[in-house]
Design a protein. Sequence first.
Lengths: 297, 270
Amino acid sequence: MISSLLLQLILNGLIVGALYGVVAMCFVLIYKSTQVVNFAQGEFLLIGAWTCWWLVTSLELPFPAAFLLTFLFMMVFGIVLQMVVLRPLIGEPVISVIMVTIGLSIFFQAVVKAIFGAWAQPFPEVFPVKSVDVFGLPVQPAYLMSLVVSVVIMVAFAWFFKYSRMGLAMRATAFDQQVAQSLGISVKGVFALAWAISAMVSALAGVVVGMVNGVSSALSFFGIKVFPAVIVGGLDSIVGAIVGGLIIGLLENLAEYADSQFLHLGNLYSVAPFYVLVIILMIKPYGLFGTKRIERV
Amino acid sequence: MSRDPSIVPDRHPVLEVRDVSLGFGGVRALTGVSFSVAKGELFSIIGPNGAGKTSMLNCISGRYRPSSGQILLDGSDVTGLSPNRRATLGLGRTFQNLALFGHMSVQDNIMVGRHHLLKNNALTGALYWLGARREELAHRRVVEEIIDFLEIAPIRKAQAGTLSYGLRKRVELARAMAVSPKVILLDEPMAGMNLEEKEDMARFIVDLNEEWGMTVVMIEHDMGVVMDISHRVMVLEFGCKIALGLPEEVMANDRVKVAYLGIDEDEQVA
């Protein structure tokens, strides 16, 4: 007999997992098109959520307007970040680029703390708090909304890469920059676009999580959770990122279940994803969906 | 399939290389090379390994910036422009090592070549059914023509990475054609091919030049093919131009024989 607690946790896992998937997708987008491992991915959520929170509470804008402005701000933010900080690093060793993104992560966290304080702030109520019933389980409307948003983003991503001109250009650039250039694709433009989309979509996820859990520096923890997700899925696979995100989300919640019911170790849910990460890397070093580089001449 | 020497291409130069030199540190890859390619011409660059052929091609395509000299495309100076700007101005190229997007279908590979001609952006793309669709159809038609011409219709849906070597080379040519260039640069289009594949490729290049009126600049090792199909040939040695002219003139040139064909001068005298 499956307990309702388990069901509830599975549902939670799917919802949180979908959000991990979205952020992981953003991470993969940057890695795939610009070869940068972005340790500051979580800070995109943080900055996006705080920006939206500030627009809603201090400027008292209606939520849709604040949300749109946040989106625009993050687009500019992503492009400027790429142009000012990361473009000069093109061609530098990978480790330097990684150090810079770690530095950015610390820097943004500190700046955000200095401006907004260290305490969590609740988002003004946008959706009703009263739970609705899904298959007999009480679910907050904000959670449902977050699931819908995640799925919409995923579909939009798939559509963008498959059918749009820039999507095709980005895939081409990810494959071979020199060849892409010879076909008239501006690699600089593609890089800027990748960062802009990644920042915008991450911020969207940040706002969604902020609405449910409140806005706080804990949001940047998402950036760390994304690592097991992308590595499980394969660093360069968008589909892998989604599947990886779902796996990690479910796993956390199942670990929570096992922990609270049987093991009583405490905090297993935050460690479990990393155990699985290590095991998967031992069996499939390129992740479940990652491409193994094969040279053919 | 020797060419009719009476076919004189239109003399308007579409590509001009003026006194181009290129150095890497202390190594001089090119020294004062000048030539011009007329509209509708099939021009080949040959030379021994390390003579600077690929360096020359990379200077034209914009991958390398020459240390001195100028490159003009259709009369305008492109020396300082990025490779992608040059591509949009009408320069297509293929690569010596295969450079297809392996995970994409043949059709998508070719569509990437249309990139700079597609006008839809993220916003109009979102309004796909309001115009972007009609635009895409027009481009599909161009792509279809190229596919028909290169006889790759049966493999259009195939993943590019799964094709045979000869076919992949052909798809790469199709992609470069899709840019609708004024000049197409071919970097060893027949390298690593068997005889049959070479003959096919040579036929496509000649047809591309004659039927489509495309100006072709080609680097190739296979002397037989080069001499057969080129209008004019330039020979490089150690980064210097040592000969330029009709294939038969170049073949008869003593310096070329010494440098490229490995006949030494004593033998010539004797």
